[in-house]
Design a protein around this ligand. Structure first.
Ligand SMILES: Cc1cc2nc3c(=O)[nH]c(=O)nc-3n(C[C@H](O)[C@H](O)[C@H](O)COP(=O)(O)OP(=O)(O)OC[C@H]3O[C@@H](n4cnc5c(N)ncnc54)[C@H](O)[C@@H]3O)c2cc1C
Length: 490
């Protein structure tokens, strides 16, 4: 695990971040680098697994577990493919994947190390990446690598409790919430974490009062419609590739609201009956019904504070409305996790080509895991610089318009998927077990691929037109990195 040469010789490759994005980069590195290659895996956590080692205890995958993995490494069990693994099971699987890769390279793992700075430097031996690391328990060091994959990916943050003025209520997070008691619970946020929290509380059958503050409302992909189980997979359900194509072809860069409405009507579900944002979460009809029936009230507003007055405690909402709150109520912060970083924009490929970044600020796929798998292939075979991919600043677009983010991210992911299908050998595409379309039988996947082979050029041209329009109309990063006037690739 430790490397005596680390102070003197640069690593052949450094991977920063040991979540699913970093582990997929490592999987691909094992394919391309010799067994003697010196590779460093760095993470500030004490172990690999990223967000799955840190989230709330009742979190589960919302997708079939078989397609949440590293490369094509199978899960070490024989549960039904549709089983929704728990957070602990996901963390254990990711750790097992690392164990299976560990001996394929000269791998050094450094945990408890936060990277505080990355520079691309010129040395007599050529350009390199230089990382400044700070140990969680003090001390620091600088390491160099010929190549760096900054795979911090979504870097899902820990949620903190809300700062509320009232001392009559309890402010909690999904990790600290008292889930056994009978105090009324107010769930702040209607996304995946909020729904998980409501479902977990209601399923306990304690009869406690649960209220959700859902803001503009979130819709979810209907799991029964999109990923049906059993033989229905042969004729029902929606493969991702054709579904993304359908939305992308409807989108002209200016009509995101209409395309979003189409998605909502055809593919989505929501316990509140509607919603104006989609963050790629998945919910079944049964889960949605349990939540819809068990929640006492859905409030389509945003919490500003809880204050104590002569008449007791009150929630203060963004609309100006106020609602009385019983003393002892628990407010659980389930506001969003992802696309909320203040990390600066940096392109997915650094100017001198030493550093690949898996980041939502210069995304090539809405999933960091998939982006990491494919981009690492192109990066380590020196084909990334010339790949006609589009980058998208998803964080900036989220600030502008949530519906536009959804439809643009779908169109952009679809375009880049067409580019990758065109550029990469079949084995590389086939070994990406992250592909949700593997849920469906081969004949349906083949039909989707034949469509792409026959019409891909036309589809890609349409996507580029729509995305170029988004870039111009909203002044957001959405296009080829080579087209950026301030980038040396240009
Ligand atoms: C509640 C929830 C449920 C989800 N469910 C699914 C699902 O079912 N399917 C799905 O595909 N996606 C799901 N997602 C999305 C999910 O976040 C990603 O798919 C994936 O797990 C993110 O992995 P990642 O490697 O990009 O980021 P992370 O898992 O956050 O890993 C990033 C790693 O980088 C490390 N790191 C960050 N900064 C530094 C630094 N400066 N120095 C050193 N190390 C650093 C972190 O410690 C961490 O280990 C879910 C997200 C949430 C919030």
């Amino acid at each position: 695990m430790s490397d005596p040469d680390r102070a003197t010789a640069p690593y052949d490759l450094c991977i920063l971040g040991a979540g699913i994005a970093g582990l997929n980069a490592l999987f691909v590195a094992c394919e391309h680098l010799p067994a003697t290659a010196r590779v460093l895996l760095v993470d500030r956590n004490a172990t690999c697994g990223g967000m799955w080692t840190q989230t709330y205890p009742y979190v589960r995958l919302h997708q079939p577990h078989a397609m949440f993995t590293v490369g094509d490494l199978p899960w070490g069990w024989t549960r039904p493919a549709g089983y929704l693994a728990t957070g602990a099971e996901v963390a254990a699987h990711l750790s097992d994947c690392l164990a299976r890769l560990r001996d394929k390279l000269a791998l050094t793992e450094m945990y408890g190390q936060t990277c505080v700075d990355i520079a691309e430097i010129t040395t007599p031996d050529g350009p390199m990446a230089e990382l400044r690391l700070q140990a969680v328990d003090g001390g620091g060091e600088t390491i160099r690598a010929l190549r760096l994959i900054d795979a911090r990916g979504f870097d899902v943050p820990q949620i903190a409790a809300l700062n509320l003025s009232s001392d009559q209520v309890v402010s909690a997070t999904p990790r600290t919430m008292d889930s056994e008691g009978d105090a009324p619970v107010y769930i702040v946020g209607g996304g995946k974490t909020g729904m998980d929290t409501a479902h977990s509380l209601i399923s306990r059958g304690s009869g406690r009062s649960v209220t959700m503050l859902t803001g503009r409302g979130t819709i979810f992909a209907n799991r029964d419609k999109t990923l049906p189980t059993g033989a229905a997979r042969y004729w029902r359900g929606h493969l991702v590739l054709p579904a993304f194509r359908e939305l992308a072809m409807l989108f002209d860069g200016t009509n995101a609201d209409a395309v979003f409405a189409h998605y909502r009507d055809k593919y989505a579900i929501s316990p509140t009956g509607g919603g104006d944002q989609f963050m790629f979460g998945i919910l079944s009809e049964a889960e949605s019904e349990t939540i819809a029936d068990g929640v006492d009230a859905f409030i389509g507003d945003y919490l500003v504070d809880v204050v104590d007055g002569a008449a007791g405690s009150e929630m203060v909402l963004r609309s100006g409305a106020r609602h009385a709150v019983p003393p002892g109520s628990i407010f659980v912060n389930c506001t969003g996790h992802v696309l909320r970083h203040d990390r600066a924009y940096e392109p997915y490929l650094s100017p001198k080509g030493t550093t690949l970044r898996i980041t939502s600020r210069s995304a090539v796929n809405f999933l960091s895991s998939v982006a990491s798998y494919f981009l690492t292939h192109l990066f380590l075979t020196d084909r990334l610089r010339d790949a006609p991919l589009y980058e998208l600043d998803m964080d900036a677009l989220r600030q502008i318009d949530r519906k536009l983010l959804h439809i643009t991210a779908v169109t952009h992911t679809y375009l880049n998927t067409l580019v990758l299908i065109d550029m990469l050998p079949f084995q590389v595409l086939d070994r990406c077990a992250l592909d949700l379309d593997r849920w469906f039988p081969m004949h349906r996947r083949l039909a989707a691929l034949i469509d792409v082979k026959m019409n891909g050029r036309r589809y890609a041209a349409h996507c580029r037109d729509a995305l170029d329009r988004v870039r111009v109309d909203h002044a957001v990063i959405c296009g080829p990195i080579a087209a950026r006037p301030d980038h040396p690739h240009g």
